[in-house]
Design a protein around this ligand. Structure first.
Ligand code: AMP
Length: 282
């Protein structure tokens, strides 16, 4: 497995592979890899001849008061994991290699980025779209694999890919969870042991909503209130950033659950912001 740290060297290698008739799969990550990432990597491994994993804590998707500086990093461990799972290349550039000092071009899908996580993270999806388009242009993969944990991100990237006629197929993999239901996240290491033992309440709240829908509840506001009350009971020190219902593809707000609907939530516990979601079927 090779480590690339400059865009030019990665592009040269990928171009060579394509000229040899080898297809490429890409898994973009911010590193500190966990089993959720590995499920993407294992899936991608089976999709193409060559597998590229990117490990890049993309500064442009962090707001000024977010956790860019303390985002967990462990490149040696990430390299070992990627290699053990069959990656042919890891791309781990410094921020300065990805963005020129006078970088001025941004990709945005504003309508889909204003709700859910976008409401409290206004520059986030602009940074995500821009860096993912850059990665897709460098690698020119046949498939790029993402996680449904970041459902809004995946929906926005799919719209970007459609609107800009990108060649790559964007695939979404199910949320990989700890045995107690907590969605795996690099940020889970921020939790204190006490917080960690209680945060599965978030997943339980989503499942509760699902059961209410199965029992006939259709009113999104009532379901959101129920989710908030469940968290107030089980995780009183948490602050719900949002608990919102949206069309799974367009992300348009949904008031009545008459068709498959995304319930997405973000919850602050201490300084840690956790996200999770569930697709409610009727
Ligand atoms: P990140 O490193 O957090 O930017 O995540 C990189 C990719 O892994 C994104 O496509 C995420 O949606 C995906 N991912 C992160 N956590 C999980 C998880 N628990 N299950 C499935 N995919 C995940």
């Amino acid at each position: 497995m090779d480590l690339f740290t400059t865009p030019a060297s990665l592009r040269t290698q990928c171009r060579q592979w394509r000229e040899q008739g080898q297809s490429i799969a890409l898994v973009p990550t911010m590193g500190f890899l966990h089993d959720g990432h590995m499920s993407l990597i294992d899936h991608a491994r089976a999709c193409a001849d060559k597998l590229v994993v990117s490990v890049f804590v993309n500064p442009t998707q962090f707001g000024p008061n977010e956790d860019l500086d303390r985002y967990p990093r462990d490149l040696p461990r990430d390299l070992a994991l990627a290699e053990a799972h069959g990656a042919d290349a890891v791309f781990a550039p410094e921020a300065g290699a990805m963005y020129q000092p006078d970088h001025a071009t941004w990709v945005e899908v504003p309508e889909m980025a204003k709700g859910l996580c976008g409401a409290s993270r206004p520059v986030h999806f602009r940074g995500v779209c821009t860096v993912v388009l850059k990665l897709l242009n460098l690698v020119r993969p046949k498939v790029a694999v993402f996680g449904q944990k970041d459902w809004q991100q995946l929906a926005i990237l799919r719209r970007m890919a459609r609107d800009l006629d990108l060649d790559a197929e964007l695939m979404g993999m199910p949320i990989f969870r700890e045995p107690d239901g907590l969605a795996m996240s690099s940020r889970n290491v921020y939790l204190t042991p006490d917080e960690r033992s209680r945060v599965p309440a978030i997943r339980q709240g989503l499942l509760l909503a699902q059961r209410r829908v199965a029992a006939g509840e259709r009113d999104a506001e009532a379901l959101a209130l129920m989710f908030r009350e469940h968290l107030a009971d089980t995780l009183p020190d948490a602050r719900v950033d949002y608990a919102s219902f949206a069309h799974p593809e367009s992300l348009a707000p949904v008031a009545r659950i008459d068709a498959p609907t995304l319930l997405a939530v973000a919850v602050f516990i201490g300084k840690v912001r956790l996200i999770d979601n569930i697709l409610l079927e009727v």
